[in-house]
Design a protein around this ligand. Structure first.
Ligand code: ATP
Length: 572
């Protein structure tokens, strides 16, 4: 498929307000995609270059993209001009579309062809972006700019609009995951719930679309979990013990560990007699399916020492002090981000894993099994590698209590809090594991401290002594693809922390106007507040009263930030 056709369809979709019509347009797009293009098109239309399970990123900041646009724009255009136009037009797609690209000299070295080499295809765009993602080490910045320039240089105005958005993960044409799921079902005449299952298991819209087209329902149903490829984590709602007991008669109660979510994928090593050719590979993923294996050697060591079956386990990694007592959640996150000197970081803060669910064991997918069966399986997997016979003594196993007694639940809650954890989880004993869903089957119960996870969309440079650090941060929540402001936070932050936050946010600066900067919505702050009020000051119509910085949610991104709908529901 020509990239121009894709861009044209994307334009139609963007202009379409009705959800059903959007699905119909995506369906047409999928039907039009040629044999090898379907996988790419199914991802591009959601603004993805790679499948969700694949943690490869393009690793392109806004400034790299501006540089490439400026170069393709001609000798009179500088990256500053691009930034100025962005301040004026407000969106990178509109900026890219406003230039007249094409025919800059000296292309052949980068594109293997260049302007006049025929129309750009989605496959070429994908191929070049894949090369770009692979560029590493010294010279990689220049290589990325070269490759991107080569693409922009062949773009028409419309193509440039969607290329720029794709590259900066800002596609936002109104195509949600549900629209692509429904479009796959309609285009290839397969039931939506089976497409949904295949998507949950594979996390790969491209592959599911291709299999639906080429192999139909049988092919879809044959897609299974794969050890080594992450699945989206099942999430929880806030909930009360009374509601849980009323709805389920009996609740499965677990401690809510104060750490960060991990998913462990482990294949045992090959057996000496060759009956099992296992790879011996262990991989660890974060809540957002990023690979964090290298940052958490303790988890790998635990898996190698404990596991003798191939498994996918869901759990939490907790930071502990020398006595094994839990440390605050922020300490865990410093370990997650650590890419270098991991051994040194480990001396300062060590972590240990605790597992509460088992999604796959020894070739069998367990997503559809009741929670209690999955927990039994988890227990048998971990007990097999332990000297302990009492589950309470099995290292890394989160205990589960089945009870209908509110008093017993209260005492489990008190124990969890006394042990330094957050509270308890209440789970429906017979519920299946629903990847990526925040449903009623998992409920978190913790002492009331109201916090919201907001995207930081702007900031202000400080004054005087603090002139070199960002000091006041604008907070926003999601409203569909848009962002609406809910307040600013400046309290609860030490000087040291401000320096750290400035380093974190600076690469995301999009435009700067005096003391004020606009940021691309990439960093999420957890912010405490006393109350939510209606307010004309912020675009959401609401304001957080007494906002207080709690921490950076390094494990969350734009898609995990709170929604306006949630803010509205917290008000009522
Ligand atoms: P929070 O900020 O409250 O952790 P969240 O948005 O990160 O919320 P939620 O789904 O709301 O995630 O809360 C569930 C989280 O609690 C899980 O993602 C996991 O990291 C953590 N957790 C700790 N112990 C458990 C447990 N026993 N079962 C499930 N999740 C647990």
């Amino acid at each position: 498929m020509e990239f121009a056709t894709f861009a044209d369809r994307a334009g139609t979709i963007e202009a379409e307000p009705a959800d059903l019509e959007i699905v119909a347009h995506v369906e047409t797009l999928l039907e039009e995609a040629g044999d090898d293009d379907l996988e790419i098109v199914a991802r591009f239309v959601q603004g993805r270059v790679f499948p969700a399970w694949n943690s490869t990123t393009l690793d392109i900041g806004p400034s790299t993209c501006y540089e490439a646009i400026a170069r393709a724009g001609g000798t009179n255009v500088s990256a500053d001009d691009v930034e100025d136009r962005l301040a004026e037009l407000g969106e990178i797609g509109a900026v890219a579309a406003s230039y007249d690209f094409g025919g800059q000299q000296g292309l052949d070295a980068f594109t293997g062809g260049g302007a006049g080499d025929g129309d750009l295809t989605v496959r070429e765009v994908h191929g070049t972006l894949t090369d770009l993602a692979a560029a590493e080490g010294s010279g990689s910045h220049d290589r990325k700019v070269d490759l991107l320039f080569g693409l922009f240089n062949r773009c028409s105005s419309d193509e440039a609009r969607y290329l720029a958005r794709l590259v900066l993960s800002e596609m936002r044409i109104g195509v949600g995951e549900g629209s692509v799921r429904d479009a796959i079902a309609d285009a290839f005449s397969v039931p939506e719930d089976r497409v949904e299952r295949a998507l949950q298991v594979s996390n790969d819209y491209g592959r599911v679309a291709r299999i639906a087209r080429d192999e139909g329902l049988d092919g879809l149903d044959a897609i299974d979990l794969e050890v080594g490829r992450p699945v989206q984590a099942m999430l929880a709602q806030a909930g009360t013990v009374t509601d849980a007991l009323e709805e389920w008669d009996e609740a499965a109660v677990e401690w809510k560990y104060d750490g960060a979510r991990i998913q462990l994928h482990h294949q045992p090593a090959a057996t000496a007699d060759g009956t099992d050719p296992g790879s011996g590979e262990t991989r660890v993923f974060s809540r957002n399916m990023e690979a964090v294996t290298d940052a958490l050697p303790e988890v790998v060591e635990y898996a190698e020492a404990t596991l003798s079956e191939s498994v996918i386990l869901d759990g939490e990694v907790v930071a502990v002090d020398e006595e094994g007592e839990p440390l605050p959640f922020q300490d865990v996150l410093t370990r997650f981000r650590r890419k270098h000197d991991v051994e040194k970081a480990r001396e300062d803060v060590s972590v240990r894993p605790v597992f509460f669910d088992c999604l796959h064991a020894d070739g069998e997918d367990l997503l559809e099994k009741p929670l209690t069966d999955r927990h039994d399986r988890l227990e048998s997997v971990l007990t097999a590698g332990s000297d302990a016979s009492d589950p309470a003594d099995v290292e890394g196993l989160s205990l589960l209590w089945l009870t209908d007694d509110a008093d017993e639940i209260e005492s489990i809650d008190a124990e969890a809090l006394a042990a330094g954890h957050e509270g308890i989880m209440l789970k429906a004993p017979d519920s299946r594991y629903s990847p990526g869903r925040r449903g009623k089957h998992w409920r978190k119960h913790k002492p009331e401290v109201e916090t919201l996870d907001c995207v930081v969309t702007g900031a202000e440079w400080g004054e005087g002594r603090r002139a070199t650090v960002l000091g006041t941060f604008e907070l926003s929540v999601r409203d569909g693809d848009d962002l609406e402001t809910v307040g600013k936070v400046a309290t609860g932050i030490t000087d040291e922390k401000l320096t750290e936050l400035t380093e974190l946010l600076e690469p995301h600066i999009v435009t700067e106007d005096g003391q004020t900067v606009d940021l691309e919505p990439a960093v999420v702050f957890e912010v405490g507040y006393e109350e939510i009020q209606t307010s004309p000051t912020y675009s959401s119509g609401y304001a957080l009263r007494f906002p207080r910085f709690v921490g950076v949610r390094h494990d969350k991104g734009f898609d995990d930030a709170e929604t306006l709908e949630r803010v509205e529901s917290l008000r009522s």
